[in-house]
Design a protein around this ligand. Structure first.
Ligand code: ATP
Length: 363
């Protein structure tokens, strides 16, 4: 079984806690992304799974087996780093064949596996090229192939695409996902790029400052962020969060947004959760989940900037604490200085306790 269990995992460097009590269960054959900003503890977690760092406390189990004291070479993991690690004096074929050869695989078997992996990673025409003549993009593809050919039950990738260019990164995202589907490995993928995590992972573990913030499918973390950090970090742009106060109105519980007025009544399940608290909240909604409305039917705000990305338009409204972004799939004909009324879709509204940062949820 290639399940991975992190139990109460802690890593300290002297007085500094790089990882605080992490609990995470990764299923057999699952693609788990560890996602978070620089310094949040992703690589530290990965290095402990790989066996390159010893935990300060807590356990790592592969299946039922405790990995304490098991060296990297005996863990049965494949590891690909940000910087490709390949032999530049060898050809692509020799690089790919290296691992199986060291293990004493028969030549016919090596040829078959090299052929298959090269085909999958589009390296077939380059098999006899010397590695020192290849671009960084291709070298990283070879490095991934060199690890994948060993068919490790657990495949660990730490920011493998951060040094390749944008167009190539998009291609590699698809290839890596296909690779994992084919070999059915348990894959742990470290990235600070939410797009990579959202497009490839079965589930995402979102981290910040050494603390696991939320674990969920890409849609779960997008639709129901556990807290304001996840709400802002997931999505491009992230969730709009406007500070306000819960207030009773004759239509039900609303959020008083100060100069922006009161929101429409909150959905019942949020109002139920909010009834247990009073005070400051963040009124949240995704930039993609708004429509332009008539006056009096949404947030009335001045347009401060218009960003066009192909057919997509990002309208920036207001500024400072009341800044909001709205994303449309077409040109909505708004220009800087005009006033727009944006209405968040009722089902897309999320409310967070401003004191704790936690989402208000039913139950
Ligand atoms: P990045 O993508 O920038 O590497 P990360 O999320 O992977 O970010 P880590 O590399 O895990 O973060 O580092 C987490 C924290 O632990 C950082 O503040 C880092 O400076 C610190 N850290 C990591 N390794 C060591 C070490 N060997 N000694 C002291 N501090 C360390």
């Amino acid at each position: 079984m290639s399940t991975i269990h992190l139990q109460n995992l802690v890593k300290k460097f002297g007085d500094f806690t790089a990882l605080q009590t992490m609990d995470l269960a990764i299923a057999d054959g699952e693609f788990m992304a560890l996602l978070g900003p620089s310094g949040c503890g992703k690589s530290t977690t990965m290095n402990m799974i790989a066996g390159m760092e010893e935990p300060t406390s807590g356990k790592i189990l592969f299946g039922e087996r405790d990995m304490a004291g098991v060296p990297m070479g005996r863990r049965g993991v494949g590891f690909v780093f940000q910087n490709y690690a390949i032999f530049t004096h060898m050809s692509v074929r020799q690089n790919l064949a290296y691992g199986p050869k060291m293990r004493g695989a028969p030549k016919a078997e090596i040829d078959r596996r090299v052929g298959a992996i090269a085909e999958m990673l589009q390296l077939t025409p380059l098999l006899d090229r010397k590695a020192d003549r290849l671009s960084v993009n291709i070298l990283q593809r070879v490095a991934i192939g060199r690890s994948a050919i060993m068919e490790p039950a657990i495949f660990l990738l730490d920011e493998p695409l951060s040094n390749v260019d944008a167009a190539f990164r998009a291609v590699m995202r698809t290839e890596l996902k296909q690779l994992q589907r084919q070999f059915r490995q348990t894959m742990v993928y470290v990235t600070h790029d939410q797009l990579e995590a959202m497009t490839m992972a079965d589930r995402i573990a979102v981290m910040d400052h050494g603390v696991l913030q939320q674990v969920g499918t890409p849609l779960e973390v997008y639709n129901n962020p556990a807290n304001v950090f996840v709400a802002r970090f997931i999505g491009a742009p992230g969730m709009n969060l406007l500070k306000g106060w819960l207030a009773e109105s004759d239509r039900g519980l609303v959020v008083d947004l100060g100069p922006l007025g009161a929101t429409p009544p909150l959905p019942v399940e949020i109002a139920d959760a909010a009834s247990r608290m009073r005070g400051e909240v963040f009124y949240g909604f995704r930039p993609e989940q708004v429509t332009l409305a008539e006056s009096g039917r949404g947030l009335c705000m001045p347009v401060s900037f218009v960003e066009r990305i192909g057919a997509r338009t990002i309208i920036h409204l207001g500024d400072g604490e009341t800044a909001v972004k709205a994303v449309f799939d077409n040109d909505v004909g708004l220009a800087i200085g005009q006033t727009a009324v944006v209405a968040p879709a009722a089902e897309a509204v999320r409310v967070f306790d401003a004191a704790t940062g936690l989402a208000l949820r039913a139950g």
